[in-house]
Design a protein around this ligand. Structure first.
Ligand SMILES: [Zn+2]
Length: 472
């Protein structure tokens, strides 16, 4: 009998604001410890929080991109717990009245195709500081630069049935939030973090006991960690044991999950509305304006690429994966390149440079000029790829590079005739075989002429001359 895996994810993303959630301190990343702090984010007595309007706006945009309904009234609540990196003794979050609820996103499940995943809620909160255990030998240091950084927490329903679906969901949510301009969503810089809940059960049974998996620092590791935890729970149950509710941490080096701490049954944070913050009231007119301001989201864009531009599903889904790639593709098309050709260039030569250093070195109009030279047979596609490499280096026009490297194709009939004659004279056996009926040899002759011309002969011009000469 098989086991069914049930997964839900909690994603924390950092809205791309310049300042923190409840004070004016900068949210810059990587600066010296405790240099972006003030009485509010240090939790000094009497300091009063003021919500960051931009964080609220980005939270609403993200919620709308995830198909959520925005609550007209949401409430900031105190989540009370003690930790050295939480100077106030509580975190400002949202509890029973979150910013948004009841969302839905469509994902491409590796096992089940297109499926909906429900979003239970999206709420705004502030981040805690950071404990650093490697800074001072034998001691723990606290950096409060992150303290008070805005976060949007996105909680999914327990709708995923495999680690692959969890990864597909993450990929989709990340895409949506980047397109909507909500967050950079970089796991590396800490602007996107993922915690997962996983349980297993026999199909049709009620939900099993779930565990929480933390410390997964890449999408690939989310998939690996959940696979490891799924296997651990099934082995435990099949050997007659029971799953206990624990928090586990993933070790990427060993691929193992290890218990972090057991979760007490009543993890009571004693939530209550923050008396320093009035309820957050969002007028429906304002929310509607945010909805109108949403840019074209990935699914709509993909449909347009396939429908209007005629791209394949593979090309369109690859291009939309990263907004920068999609923007470059659109610029290349706008510069006059036919969509399929543009997709080939973007996903071929251009993307390798972007993968390597995150930029597209050849401006869309220069790429368009190069593509036009292939189109009118001034250069071969192979030569054009070589020229592309040179364009990334300097500011020459594609034509100038082609001339400098001697890559312009020779279409002059006289020159082509000469090469053909030389090739036929050099290969009398093949000529005899061709004339004896081995027509496939035409490819061999074309190849020889290309070789003799050092790749400069226009292949389209060679064939008719060869056929004519061989028929004599
Ligand atoms: Zn501050």
């Amino acid at each position: 009998m098989t086991w069914e895996t049930v997964i839900g994810l909690e994603i924390h993303v950092q809205p791309a604001t310049r300042s923190k959630m409840f004070c004016g301190c900068a949210t810059t990343y990587g600066d010296a410890p405790n240099t972006h702090v003030c009485p509010v984010c240090l939790g000094l007595p009497g300091a009063l929080p003021v919500p960051n309007a931009e964080a609220v706006r980005l939270g609403v945009l993200g919620a709308l991109a995830l198909g959520c309904s925005i609550r007209e009234v949401s409430v900031f609540a105190r989540k009370n717990y003690f930790y050295p990196d939480l100077p106030k003794g509580y975190q400002i979050s949202q509890f029973d009245k979150p910013l948004a609820e009841h969302g839905l996103v469509m994902i491409d499940s590796p096992e089940r195709g297109a499926i909906p995943i429900s979003i239970t809620r999206l709420h705004l909160e502030e981040d805690a500081g950071k404990s650093m255990h490697d800074r001072i030998p034998g001691m723990t240091a606290v950096d409060l630069n992150r303290s008070g950084t805005p976060l949007a927490e996105i909680v999914s329903g327990p709708d995923m049935r495999s680690p692959g679906e969890a990864r597909a969901y993450l990929t989709t949510v990340r895409q949506l939030l980047i397109y909507a301009g909500v967050s950079e969503c970089s796991m590396e810089k800490g602007s996107l973090r993922v915690d997962a809940n996983l349980s297993v059960r026999r199909p049709g049974d009620p939900l099993g006991t779930k565990t929480e998996v933390k410390n997964m620092n890449s999408f690939a590791n989310v998939e690996r960690a959940l696979e490891a935890e799924r296997i651990r729970q099934i082995a435990l149950l099949e050997s007659g044991g029971q799953v206990t509710q624990v928090t586990l941490t993933f070790n990427a080096a060993t691929g193992e999950v290890k218990p972090l701490r057991s979760k007490e049954d009543s993890h009571d944070y004693r939530y209550f509305p923050d008396p320093d913050l009035p309820p957050l009231v969002l007028e429906s007119k304002w929310v509607a304006a945010q909805r109108d301001a949403l840019p074209e989201l990935p699914a709509a864009r993909r449909a347009r690429y396939e429908g209007t531009l005629g791209l394949s599903t593979y090309d369109s889904s690859t291009i939309i994966q990263e907004p920068e790639v999609a923007a470059y593709f659109e610029a290349v098309v706008a510069a006059g390149v036919e969509a399929k050709t543009a997709a080939n260039w973007v996903l071929g030569e251009a993307i390798s440079g972007w993968n390597a250093n995150g930029t597209f070195a050849v401006a869309p109009n220069r790429l368009a000029a190069l593509a036009a030279m292939v189109e009118d047979a001034t250069v071969s596609l192979q030569a054009a790829k070589r020229i592309f490499g040179e364009l990334a280096e300097g500011s020459e026009t594609p034509r100038a590079v082609a001339d400098r490297l001697g890559l312009v194709q020779v279409r002059d009939t006289g020159a082509l005739e000469e090469w053909v004659a030389e090739v036929l004279a050099a290969h009398p056996d093949e000529v005899a075989r061709y004339r004896g009926g081995d027509q496939k040899l035409i490819g061999f002759f074309v190849g020889q002429v290309m070789k003799r011309s050092k790749g400069k002969a226009d292949p389209k011009g060679i064939q008719p001359i060869l056929v004519a000469r061989l028929a004599e």
